[in-house]
Ligand binder design. Structure first.
Ligand code: GLN
Length: 452
């Protein structure tokens, strides 16, 4: 098939499905078709494995000439003048960007209901959320609108929606993928990650987007392997640690049972598992919200009504311009986190809350380091439950924050983790989370592929 046909097929599927799923904030059909024609004229030799394949991008990844909103009124109509590094890389691979995907505003949330523009529905059951904050990315892949998407994961936002939508999502090692051109939420935690239907596609996409980037000084010079080469199916002798905390209080029976069933499969393939402990993970949620909100309050200071997007009208002075712009264009969840972040960093605390959280963060990271002296991977559920009903958790932010407990420790430690589908409960998917050593995404792909 030609690239043009593939592109048309994807656009047709979006036309058919997206009225219900509402994963896309915008599509760029004309540009995509023009690019497809250009690609069709390129010689066959030199085409890589991702050549000509359509991809959707979470709307906090900046795209030159294509509106990028981060699902916020603050950036409504904002057209970036450059491409994110990951966009340069998918272009080099010959992929075709089809559109921009819905998310919680500035990636703050777990349901995609915090988008300023629309609510995305879970393709498995439209009454349920797709998870978040990369809910548009996961739903678009699950609905077959695209086979490839990029999301971002600050505290679980690739893995949890992947689990809720029954697709594969990888949060790479901090520093593996450039954050240049990702609208920053919490800079010490954010990573862009691939969301795909299967493990092989995911491995291909990560190989394409990863690597050292002069525009992001936190990227690593470590060589990027061809992750597909890791998909050997051979996990004989693999040592798995299963944290008691990941199967304990707060984790539903169905999530727990799905993980135990998956462990049986891995055992039958020659792996061994033991119960272990991550003793400091119980503090992870609090630590995550202090650190991520503190960093967000600083990162979001740039939205002042002057440099980007929204600007309040009829103001009498600069002070009022700042105040009205920010109160009119930020949603409540975003405002709440900015206030909490400023409090954590500010005079009342002398920065004490932030500093103390960083110390506990080190303990959380050390828990992982200790386990990885003995185990190759750590396994647990990606989420404590299946997807929530739309509206169910809107007035219950504390439960949502608490439910991040299975994913945020991984971002705090900077290690990689993948979510792969592991069964269903009441017609809704569950995800298995496989956590690895720094820069050892290859082992995660190997295990996920052997299991899937
Ligand atoms: N649910 C978490 C939050 O609300 C994670 C978000 C994310 O990873 N971007 O902050």
């Amino acid at each position: 098939v030609s690239v043009k046909e593939l592109t048309e097929e994807s656009l047709a599927r979006i036309e058919k499905m997206d009225g219900k799923v509402q994963a896309f904030l915008s599509t760029n059909g004309e540009q995509a078709l023009a690019k497809a024609e250009e690609l069709d004229n390129q010689p066959l030799e030199g085409r890589g494995p991702l050549f000509g394949l359509p991809i959707g991008l979470k709307d906090n990844i900046v795209t030159k000439g294509i509106v990028t909103t981060a699902a916020s009124k603050m950036l409504e109509g904002f057209v970036p003048v450059y491409d994110a590094t990951v966009v340069d890389k998918i272009n080099e691979a010959g992929m075709v960007t089809i559109g921009k995907l819905n998310m919680d505003e500035f990636a703050m949330g777990s349901t995609t209901e915090r988008s300023a523009f629309q609510t995305t529905h879970n393709p498995w059951n439209l009454d349920y959320v797709p998870g978040g904050s990369s809910g548009g990315s996961a739903a678009a892949v699950a609905a077959g609108e695209v086979a490839f998407a990029l999301g971002s994961d600050t505290g679980g936002s690739v893995r949890q929606p992947a689990a809720f939508c029954g697709v594969v999502g990888m949060k790479p090692t901090y520093g593996r993928v450039s954050r240049s051109g990702l609208v920053a939420f919490a800079s010490s935690l954010d990573q862009i990650g691939p969301i795909t239907r299967n493990v092989e596609d995911n491995a291909l996409l990560l190989s394409a987007i990863a690597g050292l980037d002069a525009k992001d000084s936190s990227t690593s010079p470590q060589a990027v392997p061809d992750f597909r080469a890791a998909l050997t199916g051979d996990i004989k002798g693999l040592k798995i640690g299963v944290p008691a905390e990941y199967l304990g209080e707060g984790v539903s029976e169905e999530a727990k049972n799905a993980v135990l069933e998956a462990l049986k499969v891995l055992e039958s393939l020659g792996a061994e598992w033991e119960e272990v402990s991550l003793p400091h993970s119980k503090y992870a949620s609090e630590v995550y919200y202090v650190i991520s909100s503190s960093e967000a309050s600083s990162n979001l200071a740039r939205f002042d009504g002057i440099r980007y997007g929204y600007r309040a009208e009829g103001v009498k002075d600069l002070e009022e311009l700042y105040a009205r712009t920010r109160s009119e264009a930020f949603g409540n969840e975003v405002k709440k986190r900015i206030l909490f972040g400023m409090y954590s960093l500010g005079a009342a605390q002398h920065g004490g809350l932030y500093v103390k959280s960083q110390k506990v963060r080190t303990l959380i990271a050390q828990d992982f380091a200790t386990l990885f002296e003995k185990y190759d991977v750590i396994i647990g559920p990606s989420s404590a439950t299946t997807a929530y009903k739309i509206g169910e958790k809107l007035e219950d932010p504390l439960t949502l924050y608490a439910n991040d407990i299975l994913t945020v420790p991984i971002n705090l430690a900077g290690v990689p983790a993948i979510s792969v589908p592991c069964g269903f409960s009441n017609g809704l998917p569950l995800g298995l989370q496989i956590i690895g050593k720094h820069y050892d995404e290859a082992t995660l792909y190997k295990v996920a592929h052997a299991y899937e």
